[in-house]
Design a protein around this ligand. Structure first.
Ligand code: KIV
Length: 281
């Protein structure tokens, strides 16, 4: 069954947790879809884990559309959310609607995600009015790394906790159908979750949210530039990949790959004929 804004919101109402993982390509989308993951996030974290940037600032609309369309071709049931990249929505409401529309039309996504609270509520309202579902993203918002002074836990003081609550209510009022909380204290995320009707999805926000999201390279041990404390490794695929690459190199070097069974054949007479022709030249 295809997940929709309605099935996802029903999960909150029924107390059923929502699963979300980042995804950037067709093959991985098929695997996640088959595993029953509810939501695939084409995150601008692709800047870090796919493109090798140190932050998400350089990610473009073209990057997001390209990867979103690949994920959409692989996911049949999961609901796809695609990040709006840095400066594709902050400067004006017009930019926000046009760029969100491109992500839907060209990237074949089911929703867009924007970082920010009350300050971008006009953008959220206008995108929703254009019939595009919106997920908001609050707490540690990586596109603001330069104003936040680094990737740090947010909303630890009373004022900052009040601000997070009021931003969460603002994005809900503006029409966002879900909100991601990144790197905020668990009890605060749990409390705000209880104050909202829309689902909350946590990453580094404890288990009191309505769902969880992780960057898949983190949870599979495929990315070693840094490891956030909340990114539990559910498998060591990175070391399994490295081992397979090493084995491939060894086997092709010792001549045991490819084997007869892995090769295509031609009649000996054809090769003999070619040799004879070469000898006559
Ligand atoms: O881009 C991303 O991967 C994200 C998650 C960290 C929520 O926004």
């Amino acid at each position: 069954m295809k997940q929709t804004v309605l099935t996802l919101q029903a999960k909150k109402a029924q107390g059923e947790k929502i699963s979300m993982l980042t995804c950037y390509d067709y093959s991985t989308a098929k695997l996640m879809d088959a595993a029953g993951i509810d939501m695939l996030l084409v995150g601008d974290s692709l800047g870090n884990v796919i493109l090798g940037y140190e932050d998400t600032i350089s990610v473009t609309m073209e990057d997001m559309i390209h990867h979103s369309a690949a994920v959409a071709r692989g996911a049949k049931s999961a609901f796809i959310v695609t990040d709006m990249p840095f400066l594709s929505y902050q400067a004006s409401v017009y930019d926000a609607v046009i760029n969100a529309g491109r992500i839907m039309k060209e990237g074949r996504s089911n929703a867009v995600k924007l970082e920010g609270g009350a300050i971008i509520s006009e953008q959220i309202r206008a995108i929703v009015h254009a019939s595009i579902p919106v997920v908001a993203h609050l707490g540690m918002t990586p596109q603001s790394v330069n104003t936040l002074g680094g990737f740090k836990v947010q909303a630890k003081t009373l004022d900052a906790a009040r601000q997070l609550l009021s931003d969460a209510k603002a994005v809900e009022a503006a029409g966002a159908f879900a909100v991601v909380f990144e790197c905020v204290p668990a009890k605060l995320a749990e409390y705000i979750t209880s104050q909202l009707t829309i689902p909350t999805i946590g990453i580094g926000a404890g288990n009191g949210c309505d769902g969880q999201v992780l960057v898949y390279q983190d949870m599979l041990g495929m990315f070693s530039d840094y490891q956030p404390k909340f990114a539990r490794r559910f498998a060591e695929i990175g070391s399994a990949m490295q081992e397979a690459f090493r084995l491939y190199r060894t086997k092709m070097q010792d001549g045991s790959f490819p084997s007869q069974e892995e090769s295509f054949f031609i009649a000996d007479a054809i090769i003999d004929q070619l040799k004879q022709e070469a000898a006559q030249v």
